[in-house]
Design a protein around this ligand. Structure first.
Ligand SMILES: Cc1cc2nc3c(=O)[nH]c(=O)nc-3n(C[C@H](O)[C@H](O)[C@H](O)COP(=O)(O)OP(=O)(O)OC[C@H]3O[C@@H](n4cnc5c(N)ncnc54)[C@H](O)[C@@H]3O)c2cc1C
Length: 410
């Protein structure tokens, strides 16, 4: 039976709640003269409706009937066990998001009364397995071969898909990094399951063992909780810095399992030419405790030199809004926000950034926010711990002068 939705004429009072909450502008309210109390009526445009159910959930009068098709799946979910995380590494160095995934993965595994495993793919990476066990993994699957020395989508997808088909995990988490975003989507397509990208919150429904995968949607205006009810494994990529890192418990016991593949059978449609390290001398925003970030208000590429000097004096990194990145004043790797990085520094200094939701979603959990802006009414000045009203080209040089002066005096 396909999805169906209808308004129950006898219950609808035409209050308009469904119209205001519908994300797809699929509901309108019309007059109906024939009603004894002259109640209006909600009408759903089925060409726009996606059966998301937001209207039905919000209707106080139970006047919207939504029937959802049962998920079409032959998967025997009872065969799938365990929570897995993908232990992303580059040149033998584990990405810090992996430690965050281990922490969150452990919590989910405990709730599901199951084990937490990590998957390590690379060349000569086996020595890193104990590090993952010390951070909470019960098992580490290691797939070591010179062919995996650099991340490449095709062979990595082949090997992880084979491992998943053999071991059947219930949940797989990856970091929402450039690699994770590309890799997870290919694996999910290969093994015919769903994937929720960029999650910021995960929860388990213990009755169904469904993973409730929450992520910002519609430009960050709503939080959408997405389920994979009919397929297994349930796959999600998780934003960096959203969860705390797992603590180290030295010499924890765990199992290290070698997974061998016939590398002759792996297909690779790309050729790895070389690895070019980011040449910038400026610190990486993802790991910085202090970030000085610039927006459209900086006005020109040279303005970022001032922010670099400011950041350098504070021992921090330089971030940017998308407006500054789109203007080519600073590379994309510095962008913070919905389509950039999520950061949680101790101090975030927003210079000439208005604070639109797509930016604040990536930095609003910072411990202290300082806003420097000409417009005291803009959102960034409202959410800031300290709001400095004025021209950044007057305020920042003065602060830099004070810092230098105080250092000379000490
Ligand atoms: C799907 C989608 C994804 C997006 N993803 C992101 C994202 O990841 N990150 C992101 O940042 N944006 C993102 N955006 C864009 C976002 O909506 C905003 O357009 C952007 O954040 C605005 O950047 P801004 O605050 O620098 O510019 P503006 O909004 O133009 O603000 C400039 C500010 O500078 C102030 N100002 C001007 N001159 C000075 C001065 N001399 N001194 C002090 N203050 C001054 C102004 O008062 C103003 O408040 C996204 C948008 C969409 C639709």
């Amino acid at each position: 039976m396909p999805n169906s939705i209808k308004v129950l004429n006898d219950k609808c009072v035409g209050c308009g709640m469904c119209e205001s909450v519908c994300p797809f502008v699929a509901v309108s309210i019309i007059e109906r003269q024939e009603h004894p109390k002259k109640f209006k009526l909600a009408v759903i445009d089925l060409n726009k409706c996606t059966h998301c159910g937001t209207c039905a959930q919000n209707c106080k009068f139970n006047a919207i009937e939504l029937k959802k098709d049962a998920p079409n799946s032959d998967v025997d979910k009872s065969l799938y066990k365990g929570v897995w995380i993908y232990a992303q590494q580059r040149h033998g160095e584990i990405s810090s998001v992996v430690y965050e995934l281990l922490n969150e993965g452990k919590r989910l595994a405990n709730e599901l009364d199951t084990t937490l495993s990590a998957v390590l793919i690379g060349d000569n990476t086996k020595s890193k397995a104990q590090e993952l066990i010390n951070r909470g993994a019960d098992k580490v699957y290691v797939c070591d071969d010179p062919i995996f020395i650099e991340f490449q989508d095709d062979p990595y997808t082949d090997v992880l898909s084979q491992l998943i088909e053999k071991e059947k995990p219930e949940i797989i988490l990856m970091g929402a990094t450039n690699i994770g975003r590309s890799f997870a989507s290919r694996v999910a397509a290969r093994i015919h399951t769903g994937l929720t990208a960029d999650c910021t919150f995960l929860e388990i429904d213990l009755e169904t063992r469904n993973l409730q995968q929450t992520r910002p949607a519609f430009g960050g205006n709503i939080m959408a909780t997405i389920l994979t009810p009919g397929h297994r494994p349930q796959m999600a990529t998780v934003r960096h810095k959203v969860f705390k890192e797992a603590k180290v418990e030295a010499l924890r016991n765990g199992e290290i399992i070698d997974f061998k593949v016939d590398t002759q059978t792996l297909i690779n449609r790309t050729k790895f030419l070389g690895f070019v390290k980011n040449a910038t001398t400026v610190a990486n925003v993802s790991d910085a405790n202090i970030i000085v970030s610039g927006g459209r208000g900086v006005g020109k590429a040279e303005g970022f030199k001032l922010l670099e000097e400011f950041a350098y004096l504070l021992g921090g990194a330089v971030g940017a809004s998308r407006a500054a990145v789109d203007s080519d004043w600073i590379p994309y790797s510095h962008q913070i926000g919905q389509t950039g990085k999520t950061v949680v520094p101790k101090l975030y200094i927003a210079c000439g950034i208005s604070g639109q939701i797509q930016h604040t979603i990536g930095m609003s959990s910072s411990d202290i926010i300082v806003a420097i802006n000409k417009d005291s009414s803009c959102n960034m000045m409202q959410i800031a711990t300290y709001a400095l009203e004025g021209d950044l080209y007057e305020i920042i040089p003065n602060i830099i002068k004070e810092i230098k002066l105080s250092r000379c005096n000490n």
